[in-house]
Design a protein around this ligand. Structure first.
Ligand SMILES: [Fe+2]
Length: 115
C-alpha cells in the first residue's frame, strides 16, 4: 500500500502507458470491442499492477459516464469481488466515455476513451 497523497479531487490519467505503478494500480483500464449491438466495454482496475481488495483497502465502485450522464454504476465489496466490470453501450461513434473508480484510501481515479 502506498501513502502517496491524493492531490486532486479527481485524478484523470490520460496516458496509461506513461503512468507509474501507483497510478496504474488505480486507473480504470478500458477495453472496447465494437459489435452489432453496440460497443462492449470492459473496465478493469488494477491492470498491470494489482490493487488490494481487502477490508481496509479496496475499490468501492466503478461508474461509467457518457458525456455528463452516469449510465452504469457497479458497487463492489471489499472481499470476494474483483474490480472488473462490463457493459454494452448503444451510442454513436465519437462518443466519449469516462470510467471513474473510487478507492477508499486514495480517492477518485478516471480515464476516458473515445468510441
Ligand atoms: Fe488504493
Amino acid at each position: 500500500m502506498s501513502d502517496a497523497p491524493i492531490l486532486e479531487p479527481l485524478n484523470l490519467v490520460a496516458d496509461f502507458d506513461a503512468a507509474g505503478d501507483f497510478e496504474k494500480k488505480h486507473t480504470p483500464f478500458i477495453v472496447v470491442e465494437q459489435a452489432d449491438d453496440g460497443y462492449h466495454l470492459s473496465v478493469t482496475v488494477g491492470h498491470e499492477v494489482a490493487h488490494p481488495n481487502q477490508p481496509d483497502h479496496w475499490i468501492g465502485w466503478i461508474e461509467l459516464l457518457v458525456g455528463d450522464a452516469a449510465v452504469a454504476r457497479f458497487d463492489l465489496a471489499p472481499m470476494v469481488t474483483a474490480p472488473v466490470v462490463s457493459v454494452v453501450l448503444d451510442v454513436e461513434a465519437g462518443t466519449v466515455v469516462r470510467a471513474i473508480e473510487h478507492c477508499n484510501l486514495h480517492g477518485l481515479w478516471a480515464s476516458e476513451v473515445t468510441l
